[in-house]
Ligand binder design. Structure first.
Ligand SMILES: Cc1cc2nc3c(=O)[nH]c(=O)nc-3n(C[C@H](O)[C@H](O)[C@H](O)COP(=O)(O)OP(=O)(O)OC[C@H]3O[C@@H](n4cnc5c(N)ncnc54)[C@H](O)[C@@H]3O)c2cc1C
Length: 503
């Protein structure tokens, strides 16, 4: 995909939503000379990707880890000044600390396979170090086989994959009908390593026992291309992108909700806003969650029956319960720490089967080593994230039921204290965010973090395609191909910008 020539036929394009996918598509299209307008329903840009300040403490309330920064380097480079001119990207070293129920601990270095193997060997023995090496080798092969066909281009149908020359060897490498859990078990019986690998399924809001083995590539990508922080918080990525799109002449309106995508003779013609105005366009790019696009913004018709059916079949992504803790004084907690429970399977049963808050969850804490994220030098801002079932008052879990948020927050603080984290005595600020809050703040149905999950061998094909069945209507972002998380959302924008140009 290249952007070497400015278009001869500029189009009027409307983007619904100023999440990372919407902003990135707008930037690419505006750079090529198209006239782009973004309508964002909430009062701020970035969607799930935002940094919030509360009484002198800053929190990344969405993404707190950037992987595959090349995607955003490419975006900034191709739409104007290089990313280094506008943001300070920092590798996080060590990348992660994992603490297990029995007190065992391992610290993963950043950007070094050899050092990681050494760390695993020292913590769990040489055999485990070799097993990690073999797992990462397999993950790299999977990355090479899947990158082009599954991630960097449009995924139109399984047939498209069949036509590839390397189809049979790719199939063997990717093992599409094997789950991540099963594949890991073939390489290691080390329960600590298994938990570390299992957790990568949650990077797509999924269950390690259900997701295809190819998700092992996430572990490889993190190890090979690193874990990164953006100085000032990852939300700076969104605000830098807002500046970029405005510099490129994009008209961006916040607090303006789109209530309908208008279609005439099978082709999108524009959108209707909440205030009743119709805005005409030659192309509409929907960054809103695909569930909203197909079930609310479009009138139901035969053409959209298939994606609606696929979305019904797909398992929605898990959500998150978070605590924003502004703490006095300093601790020795690293930038990213995960405290694993003894029974990790119970977490996925609670979320996907019983649809209830996890009793003994994995606790992820982001304690950014970034002075620009707090006013007082002698303080810390912790973002604590617990995987949680979506907000689903009918037939699922109601996060707005009286007392639920406070009780669960207290339960998490108790669990943290049991792990030796003395938080209550240092507490200066505490805010609770439930999946219901996430839904309201980001317009993500049920507070799903990643749209639909990757549970099931067919999950990639159930996700919304970038080109909708309605001509001139495109879907971009975490709920569309290739999926959620900042890197994939950035790639989704590149695919959609190219598709808009091609039509
Ligand atoms: C708690 C949490 C932790 C996460 N951690 C990580 C992480 O560490 N690393 C990582 O890479 N990713 C992480 N993610 C995922 C990542 O944030 C998302 O995948 C990504 O930001 C989604 O971008 P998007 O383009 O899909 O847009 P979204 O962020 O979903 O934004 C869509 C926008 O569309 C707007 N919209 C919706 N409907 C309408 C309408 N009708 N009219 C106008 N506007 C509308 C919404 O208000 C919203 O602003 C995390 C997410 C969360 C919530």
């Amino acid at each position: 995909m290249s952007y070497h020539r400015v278009t001869d036929s500029p189009k009027k394009v409307i983007v619904i939503g100023a999440g990372m996918g919407g902003l990135a598509t707008a930037a690419r299209l505006a750079k090529r000379g198209h006239k782009v307008t973004i309508f964002e329903a909430t009062d701020s840009v970035g969607g799930k990707c935002r940094t919030e300040w509360i009484d002198g403490f800053a929190f990344d309330v969405g993404p707190s880890l950037l992987t595959l920064p090349a995607v955003y380097r490419d975006l900034f480079l191709k739409t104007g000044k290089r990313i280094e001119h506008v943001l300070n990207l920092k590798p996080v070293d060590p990348a992660f600390t994992y603490v297990f129920h029995d007190g065992k601990k391992i610290v993963f270095p950043n950007l070094s396979h050899n050092k990681t193997v050494t760390a695993v060997s020292e913590a769990f023995g040489n055999e485990a170090g070799n097993q990690w090496h073999n797992l990462m080798q397999r993950a790299e092969q999977m990355w090479d086989s899947s990158r082009e066909s599954f991630i960097e281009g449009e995924l139109r149908s399984p047939l498209q994959l069949l036509k590839r020359k390397s189809f049979f060897s790719d199939l063997k490498t990717i093992a599409p009908f094997t789950s991540l859990r099963s594949l890991t078990s073939r390489y290691t019986d080390n329960t600590y390593l298994k938990k570390i690998i299992d957790r990568y399924a949650t990077y797509t809001g999924s269950d390690p026992r259900e997701v295809p083995a190819v998700l092992l590539t996430i572990a490889f990508v993190e190890e090979a291309f690193g874990a990164w922080h953006v100085e000032g918080g990852l939300g700076s990525l969104a605000t830098a992108l807002e500046t970029r799109v405005r510099d490129l002449g994009v008209e961006l309106y916040t607090g303006m909700k789109v209530v309908k995508i208008e279609v005439n003779k099978g082709s999108a013609t524009g959108v209707t806003l909440e205030d009743g105005r119709f805005i005409e366009a030659e192309a509409v790019v929907a960054n809103a969650d695909a569930q909203l696009v197909y079930n609310q913004l479009l009138s139901k018709n035969r053409k959209t029956a298939r994606p609606r059916k696929s979305l019904r079949k797909a398992t929605p992504s898990l959500s998150g319960f978070s605590l924003l803790l502004g703490l006095e004084g300093k601790s020795d907690l690293g930038h990213h720490t995960v405290f694993f429970p003894e029974d990790y399977d119970a977490e996925f049963d609670d979320i996907f089967k019983f649809k209830q808050p996890v009793r003994n969850p994995a606790i992820y804490i982001c304690n950014p080593d970034d002075q620009k994220m707090r006013e007082a030098a002698d303080s810390e801002s912790w973002f604590v994230l617990i995987n949680a079932p979506r907000h689903e008052p009918l037939g699922g879990f109601d996060w707005n039921a009286p007392g639920v948020r406070e009780q669960y927050a207290n339960h998490i603080l108790d669990l943290m204290e049991q792990r030796g984290l003395n938080v209550r005595s240092r507490l200066n600020v505490m805010e609770i965010r439930t999946p219901a809050d996430l839904e309201v703040r980001t317009n993500a149905p049920g507070g799903s973090i990643y749209g639909t999950s990757s549970n099931g061998a067919r999950s990639a094909f159930l996700r919304a395609r970038n080109r909708s069945p309605i001509k001139n209507l495109y879907c971009v972002g975490g709920s569309a191909h290739p999926g959620g998380g900042l890197p994939l959302v950035g790639l989704s924008a590149e695919i959609v910008a190219t598709a808009v140009e091609e039509n």
